[in-house]
Design a protein around this ligand. Structure first.
Ligand code: SAM
Ligand code: DTB
Ligand code: SF4
Length: 366
């Protein structure tokens, strides 16, 4: 049975285990619930960039930051659909659309629903992250076919006020409840490396693992320090989180939320291959692919394909344990055979690793 009654003391004890013992236990839990070596591929698109009224201290898109990012309008559906098509061609399984809003306006909902219908119609899983939602907005998006809603608690309840002043931890929980009531799956996690203490990381995982139902997806981001944000200026180029402590956080998320997909999210770009490999060993089984997250660069498909080949990882082909009762429309197609047309001209000179590593690189598990 999946536990939602974890105590803080139990979670603190997990964090304190000798590192190899903790990773060993996390691996055991991972293998009991998930196909080992299969990693879910998701692609992000910022459909409405910058000018956000919220003051999240980590975010390049906050109007309170001085990042020089230009505020843009909501993208046209056609441009979103083109990006989704490209993501699918590159083997992505889920398309996540993010908007720099405190909450969407009711007048935006029909356009957002159109995007959801089109992207879902392509056979991709759909995810959006648009800020706080009312019950009616959540229902409209769910009715249009939105599979997942991403809404992060970001950190522990105690540390939250040091990072964000324009909304409360409870506001986040309220939206998560509306998302659940509307029948969508929840993607909820947060960021490590924001100057929080170990105790805050314990509180962060505790808050997630004691939700009435665990989130189906748990993104664990390492802070991407962006110049002009409060936290980016505080940390500069320095790593605000020790790699081993990051892996510990992934492992504790895996152990306490055994059936959830744990996503190694932002921050992968500046992580060594060895640290990423440790994260996969500790139970991370989902990543963002492509050369961009929302506003910051990501490793890109070629680097990721090479990493998958080196580690012998494959694109997810099994059902997510928590979604097994309502399988997604598309399984078994990963970064693999057929993911890119072999006549793709841009690949002629620099073959995509998908194609050049057929049989051992990015491919769907059989
Ligand atoms: N505005 C919406 C919201 O806040 O829910 C959606 C977009 S917001 C960018 C989505 C999540 O991205 C945040 O909750 C945060 O966890 C993560 N994020 C944003 N900037 C980040 C950064 N610089 N480093 C790591 N994670 C970041
Ligand atoms: C999440 O937890 N991480 C993603 C997604 N949910 C929306 C966003 C990461 C953003 C990283 C910074 C940027 O690119 O702006
Ligand atoms: Fe706005 Fe979301 Fe960035 Fe906060 S994290 S400033 S709500 S876009």
């Amino acid at each position: 049975m999946t536990r939602t009654d974890w105590t803080r003391a139990e979670i603190a004890e997990l964090f304190e285990l000798p590192f190899t013992e903790l990773v060993f236990r996390a691996t055991e839990v991972h293998r009991a619930h998930h196909a080992a070596g299969e990693v879910q591929l998701c692609t992000l698109l910022s459909i409405k960039t910058g000018g956000c009224p919220e003051d999240c201290g980590y975010c390049s898109q906050s109007a309170h930051a001085s990042t020089g990012l230009k505020a843009e309008k909501l993208m046209d559906a056609d441009a979103v659909i083109a990006a989704a098509r490209e993501a699918k061609a590159h083997g992505s399984q889920r398309f996540c659309m993010g908007a720099a809003w405190r909450s969407p306006k009711d007048k935006d909902i029909p356009a957002l629903c159109d995007m959801v219908r089109e992207v879902k119609g392509m056979g991709l899983e759909t995810c959006m992250t648009l800020g706080m939602l009312t019950g009616d907005q959540a229902q409209a998006l769910a009715d249009a076919g939105l599979d997942y809603y991403n809404h992060n608690i970001d950190t522990s309840p105690e540390h939250y006020g040091a990072i964000i002043g324009t909304r409360t931890f409870q506001d986040r929980l309220d939206t998560l409840e509306e998302v659940r009531k509307a029948g969508m799956a929840v993607c909820c996690g947060g960021i490590v490396g924001m100057g929080e203490s170990r105790e805050d990381r314990v509180g962060f995982i505790h808050a997630l693992a004691t939700l009435p139902r665990h989130p189906e997806s748990v993104p664990i981001n390492a802070l991407v320090p962006v110049k002009g944000t409060v936290l980016g200026d505080m940390w500069g180029e320095d790593k605000a989180i020790d790699d081993i402590e990051f892996v510990r956080t992934v492992a504790v998320a895996r152990i306490t939320m055994p059936r959830s997909m744990v996503r190694l999210s932002a921050g992968r770009e500046s992580m060594s291959e060895s640290t990423q490999a440790l994260c996969f060993l500790a139970g991370a089984n989902s990543i963002f692919t492509g050369d961009r997250l929302l506003t910051t660069p990501s490793a890109g498909d070629d680097a990721d394909a090479a990493l998958f080949a080196k580690l012998g990882l494959k694109a997810l082909a099994s059902d997510e344990p928590m979604r097994a009762d309502s399988p997604s429309p598309r399984r078994g197609e990963g970064w693999g055979e057929g993911a890119l047309p072999s006549s793709e001209p841009s690949n002629a000179e620099h073959p995509h690793p998908t194609l050049s590593l057929q049989g051992e690189g990015f491919r769907a598990a059989e």
